[in-house]
Design a binder for this molecule. Sequence first.
Ligand SMILES: Cc1ncc(COP(=O)(O)O)c(C=O)c1O
Length: 406
Amino acid sequence: MFSGRLASFPSSAFQRLNRVLGDITPESFAYANAPVALTIGEPQDPTPAFIADIVNDNRALFAKYPPVAGTASFRAAVARWLARRFSVPLSAFDADTQILPLNGSREGLFHALFPLCQNDRNGGKPVVLIPNPYYVTYPAAAVAAGAEPYYVPSRAETGFLPDFNSVPEAILKRTVAAFFCSPSNPEGGCATREQWRRVFELADLYDFTVLADECYCEIYDDEPPLGSLQVRYETTGGFERLLSFHSLSKRSNAPGLRSGFVFGPKNLIGPMTLFRNTCAPQVPIPVMEASAAAWSDEAHVEAMRAVYRERFAIARRLLGNQKGFRVPKGSFYIWLDVGDGEAFAKTLWRKAGVRVLPGAFMGLEQIPGNPASNPGHAYVRIALVHDSLTIEAALERVAETLKSGT
Ligand SMILES: Cc1ncc(COP(=O)(O)O)c(C=O)c1O
């Protein structure tokens, strides 16, 4: 569809799945008429009513262009949340220069690369490290910004997080940025203190920016996943070479609100603000008002976590016997080893009318021409975003299909 530089834009996993399943009709009439999609990571629960109420109360402010840097009340609410959530003193933050509102974290993850990829690095094209499997925006941003994506495998042996120790020195010398998603999508891996420290150690050594995608960090069972900024602060007392991305899409079941933010030191937030000011969407002021309230409230988030606990308990009951089954430490995905994810997704759709996402569609072959070298090859991603009854019925069908074989 694209030509030139954008010809290497990654294709969306969902489009690929639609193509692959397009010719297959579920065998049973009942299932064909009641298909269930466990594919997309979009929370299906209602957005808390107070969010819409605050947007409505502030509707007169839709008459104003929003300031790209956000409102002081939004930045202050975010700083208080960061301090609370990541056990860093509030005095460590300068809300006015370190926090930038985003129209959801996706556009920020995309735009962040442009100011960072302006020049060649050590005589070559700038490189962006991307976990493999990946969220599709990462390689899209790298390609659009004129950088070279370098895929770093994320496998079980490294806790389903990118194995940065495997990156050759020649690549590190040209690296300007590394995406690091924790909790990771699709696998739900959560970085340990040592893993965060290692990526910062490399960032300091080779002078690159860590793009920490932490939009799932509020979806966990009992132990809040460690955050990039808390580990950075513990280690250096600052936030050098870090941009940390957050969102209300998952935290507040509000993917349609389009509200997130990026946190980082002034020398990174400043250029990103300037760049976004020319081309990116601003967050409407009524949305910022509602978002400030959402970041200030924990009750709705705790209630949401209770709902996910219930769903994972159902998954454990129905799929717990499957080899390698694990409840992730963060996120609402099950990353299930089924041997061949694409083959299983087709069988599951044909026999049971349930759609899951083949892991390979979110990753790349590490060795071109060798499908098993795609770290997502053996897996499917199952999103637990529906209500418990829907999930239970769908996972029963998954379990039956696993039992009967492909
Ligand atoms: C890993 C990851 N990062 C970022 C996003 C973007 O979310 P939003 O733009 O809604 O904040 C998503 C959305 O599903 C995601 O899975």
